[in-house]
Design a protein around this ligand. Structure first.
Ligand code: R5P
Length: 232
């Protein structure tokens, strides 16, 4: 996706921001455009407060001069704007390609509204083309991975469950956890899979965001397509 299209999707989401709003600030290359545009608005005098979903976004938002808060100080947010790795027509999402899924999900759950910004290539008929990230605690990794592999096989995974790496060492999330990426191909029952993964000791969170997103702005060469989901 070109940076221009990412920015167009972000610009549509900026139109939803109103003075005084409490915002969740997403993570990734598309959310980065939203934070940059928000910084422009703040410099023009807009008063909002934001909760970043990663240390990367925190650093960007601070550099942009956006006032930040925490969910401890501000437990309810008005709007979260974030990217996604995949979404279907019911606005079920896969997130976590950048490893920020745990904070992203906590922030989205604390928000009255979650809006996804992405390009149309992220839209799929069925989730699972993008490997599903599962965040796990380092303690007991082999046992947790074995349990996740069993679930992956039960739910039709045709591929591997892979420990995400950053060079020679495991990738470590902002929360100090590891990521297992499950190659599915197609996930036939995302809701049931989500429940099964949530039940594994050692699994902190997974990248299936179901029933959380209410609106998506998908940028195409021909303009921004809007998908709404009243259940989100
Ligand atoms: O952990 C990362 C997040 O879930 C991102 O929002 C997701 O990976 C999409 O990122 P991008 O906008 O760079 O494609």
């Amino acid at each position: 996706m070109s940076e221009t299209l990412k920015r167009e999707a972000a610009a549509r989401a900026i139109e939803l921001v109103e003075p005084g709003m409490r915002l969740g600030l997403g993570t990734g290359s598309t959310a980065r455009h939203f934070v940059a545009l928000l910084g422009d608005r703040v410099r023009q005098g807009l008063h909002v407060v934001g909760v970043p979903t990663s240390e990367e976004t925190r650093a960007q938002a601070e550099a942009e001069g956006i006032r930040l808060t925490t969910l401890d100080e501000t437990p309810r947010l008005d709007l979260t704007v974030d990217g996604a790795d995949e979404l279907d027509d019911r606005l079920r999402l896969i997130k976590g390609g950048g490893g920020a899924l745990l904070r992203e999900k906590i922030v989205a759950a604390a928000s009255a509204r979650m809006v996804v910004i992405a390009d149309a290539s992220k839209r799929v008929a069925g989730l699972g083309r993008f490997p599903l990230p599962v965040e796990v605690v380092p303690f007991g990794l082999a046992a947790t991975q074995a349990a996740v592999e069993k679930i992956a096989a039960h739910f039709g995974s045709q591929g591997a469950v892979t420990l995400r790496r950053a060079g020679a060492v495991p990738f470590v999330t902002d929360g100090g956890h590891y990521i297992l990426d499950i190659a599915f191909g197609v996930i036939h029952e995302p809701e049931t899979l989500a429940t099964a993964l949530n039940a594994v000791p050692g699994v902190m969170e997974h990248g299936l965001f179901i029933g959380m997103c209410s609106t998506a702005f998908l940028a195409t060469e021909g303009g921004v397509v809007v998908i709404e989901n009243s259940a989100g």
